[in-house]
Structures are given as C-alpha cells and as structure tokens.
Write a protein that binds this ligand. Sequence first.
Ligand SMILES: [Ca+2]
Ligand SMILES: [Ca+2]
Ligand SMILES: [Ca+2]
Ligand SMILES: [Ca+2]
Length: 308
Amino acid sequence: MTSQYRALFKTPTIIIAAIAALTSTITMKSAAQAITLNLSVENLGPENGAVLSPVWFGLHDGSFDTFNPGSPASSAIEAIAEDGITGLEFNTPGFSFDNTPFEGLNPNNTPIPLSSTIANLFTQSSATTNSVIQGKIFASALGFFPGDTAAVTINFDDSLIANNRFFSYVSMLIPTNDGFISNDEPIEIFDAEGNFIGADFIVLGSDVWDAGTEINDESLSSLPFSLEILAQGEEQNGVIEKFPGFTGNEIFSFNPAFTNADFTVEGYQLARIRVTQVSKSVPEPVTTIGLFTLGGLFMLRRRVSRTQ
Ligand SMILES: [Ca+2]
Ligand SMILES: [Ca+2]
Ligand SMILES: [Ca+2]
Ligand SMILES: [Ca+2]
C-alpha cells in the first residue's frame, strides 16, 4: 500500500487535479458570497427567575428605531411589552402555541391587530426597503426560562450587507405588565466597509424599560398568563422609562416559579445576546471539494514521509 500511495502522490495528474480545485476555490471568492449569521439568546437568570418572551430581531440599514426613552411606545412595543406578541406568531417555522395557555390563538382571533405589531411596522419601514430580515428566537413558545438558550441561523447574499448592517431586538419580561428589553440605538454588526463586527453583550435587570402603556399592578388579571387575559390591563398613557420596580407581591407569592424574578436586585443578569458569523463562503460543494483534495494531499504527504 505504501508504495502505491507514494506512486499516486508522484503522479502528475493528482497534483494537477489539486491545483485545479484550489484555483476554482479562489476564483469563486470573487462571485456572490453567502453570509451566514448565528443569533443566539440565553436567559442568564437564576432558577425561578424572570422569563423572556420570544425575542424579536430584525436586521436593517440603521434607520429603524425600536423606541425612544421619554416618548410614548409605538403599537409594536406595546404589543410585545404587554403580551409578547411580535406578529410572527403564525408564520415562524417550528413555532406553535399548541399545549400552551395560548393554544387557539390564530390570526383571526388575536386581540392585537397584526397590523400594529413590530413585524408589520418593520416590513413597512423604509429601513427594510430592499430586504426584510426579521424573525423570532425562542427556546419554547413561551420564550426563555432561566437557563434556556436558543439560536437561529440566517443567510443572505453579501450584496445585501449595506441593507442589513444593523441589528435590533425586543423581548417582554415576565412577570411584568409592560416591561421589556430592547436596544434604544441600532447595534452595528457590520462596519461601513462591510466588515463583520458582530455583537456579544449581557442585558442586566437595570436595563429593563417600562413601555408606559399599562399600569404596573402585577395582577393575575392583567398579566398575560392565558389567552383570555391577552391585552388586558389598565391603560397607563405614559412614556417609556426605566422599569420603576415591582409594586405588588401578588405575583411573587402566588407561584414559586417567580420567587427569583425580581430582576431589579443588584447584579441581576437577564440575558446574553450574541451575533456571530458562521461563515462567509462560496457555495459549499466547491469549497468542500477543494479542501478535501488538499486534505487528501496532506494526508498522502504525511503517510509518505512517515514510511520513508
Ligand atoms: Ca431610540
Ligand atoms: Ca395597552
Ligand atoms: Ca407600565
Ligand atoms: Ca396586560
């Protein structure tokens, strides 16, 4: 066998094939490339801590602003902050309310008009004129319980980087009436030259906002724990401000599931959010063939030198 491998390695046709494969790999890099990003969310809270609703995300050109402190919330922020509704509940692969308290919710009976959700506002926004990339990240239909991690992978052509240089996200905090986390300013994940920057940050309890849309009473009749209570609660008619703290004890005493949910305590870490680049590559089969061929050559070389 050894001499056969040695003979193969010395055969000019093998080397020519390897060079041809290498050349095709390099040539393909000047063509359109697929950008693959991984977006992940982890609930860092302690056991029986606060729950994050499914996290809405969107990529855009930098001109989409989810909210401004001191201003009234949009209908999009209100729908997420009060009830965790993004508008993507009925068209996200793998997402279903079956076997949850919200089973039966459908586009025709949702108490929140889909036209007022962030999914629709984002689609209509000039920030996404040429490309609409948005979705939900979730560990289950109810979102992220403490310790839960989930990620989504998205692909787009690198010619669309300028349209998708910025990342935004929103998620509701449970158990609050209208507490949410989101980025006030778009997060730059590609620089102006198109180089990947990414994101990796921790959201603290002190980073939670109050949408100013629902009076905080943490009452079982206003928190969205069942289909019937969706969109229930007293109007606040206020503006977005830092979460002022929990007001009542009802929610913490009725259910041991929330004994550690007061994220306003010192040092409470809510979530880690990451945007990483998986690859920026030519269509996979070409790369793979090139690498296999080179790898084969290295293996041959090693076998040859070891036996010499
Ligand atoms: Ca803002
Ligand atoms: Ca409301
Ligand atoms: Ca409020
Ligand atoms: Ca409510």
